[in-house]
Write a protein that binds this ligand. Sequence first.
Ligand SMILES: NC(=O)c1ccc[n+]([C@@H]2O[C@H](COP(=O)([O-])OP(=O)(O)OC[C@H]3O[C@@H](n4cnc5c(N)ncnc54)[C@H](OP(=O)(O)O)[C@@H]3O)[C@@H](O)[C@H]2O)c1
Length: 357
Amino acid sequence: MAPVPNSRLVFRELPSGLPDPSSVFELDATPTIDVNAVELDGGFLVRILSLSLDPYMRNRMRPADTEGDMPALPLGQVVTGFGVAQVVRSEHPSFPAGCHVGGFMPYQEYAIFRDSKEGADESAAMPALGITRLENRYNLPWRYFVGALGMTGQTAYYAFKDVSNPRPGETILISAAAGAVGLLAVQYALSLGLRVIATCGSDDKVAILRGLGVKHVLNRHTDDIAAELKRLGPIDIFLDLVGGPLLEAAIYNAAMNARFLICGSITTYNAPMSEAFGVRNLWLVNRYRITIRALVVIDWHDMYLAEFYSVVPKKIADGEIKVIEHICDNFEHAGQAFVNMLTGKSIGKSVIVLRDE
Ligand SMILES: NC(=O)c1ccc[n+]([C@@H]2O[C@H](COP(=O)([O-])OP(=O)(O)OC[C@H]3O[C@@H](n4cnc5c(N)ncnc54)[C@H](OP(=O)(O)O)[C@@H]3O)[C@@H](O)[C@H]2O)c1
């Protein structure tokens, strides 16, 4: 068979501030691949189905010599991140043709993975993000494995384990509650009998959260968040996905022995650290005996990943957990979809779907 296109998404422009949707990425449609003949060298060839758009990718868009949590995205190179794919051809016994895999992969149509570091993309340098084989007992859409069944869903699920020790009747505040992590976290919180206060950025999102059963929903653009938290608090648990002024407001309204999970700080991702909002009331952490903990998804896989996969797919299949997504059909509009996700213009999990299977 003749070579077929192997289009890819290239990181084209180092953003200063919010990325420009028209130039941050570039669709490079020139590469091709001979799917039947390409050398595998003991590895396997995958056809990529879906790829994730996540806030942490903005942190990777920095000069290579600037320190960060994850390696910088090399300018001019193919974007990498979480994806789900199907094995097309294989010389690897653990990944036979036909099986599905998930993990860190290049944003292109086809990719080859080998055990050797050479040619194995960044997953070789980041074993915790490496490629694993996926099981789909409930025949859910494969794209869920970059969302509700992937890193996003795991983050939301782990927030309710011993990281926060939730007890029924306690009050939890969840920010960015109509986003990818937030929408799932809200549902886990309600299912555990927690009283949920959710913040989000539009009336449409308020309506969706109310539809899921959240009674106390605040629009961060139109509600007086500090006053509302005073009225609705005190807060026992805070799942902080945004940082900034909301973190300060949450500290003012914390219950005694509150648990704060610092999971994300999207208020700071598009500006230099020197411009970040400075939380001014940290002394109250002492008064209210607040426990502040980091929630980093990879830290909890050893303890809870197996449980996650034994519990969550069934909950989704049974309709107990609803999945809400914002789907970008191809690479062409990925820049716009990425910026929409960062600025709150999309609802739920943002995902690039190349093949919807
Ligand atoms: N530590 C970990 O392991 C881990 C894992 C996954 C995600 N995270 C973090 O969790 C957060 C949410 O991730 P996600 O994938 O679920 O993204 P997301 O919520 O789908 O998208 C980000 C949301 O942040 C909100 N936002 C943007 N700018 C804001 C601002 N200035 N102030 C308040 N809210 C703002 C927007 O929602 P509204 O406009 O509706 O408010 C936007 O929809 C991010 O900070 C991410 O880095 C951390």
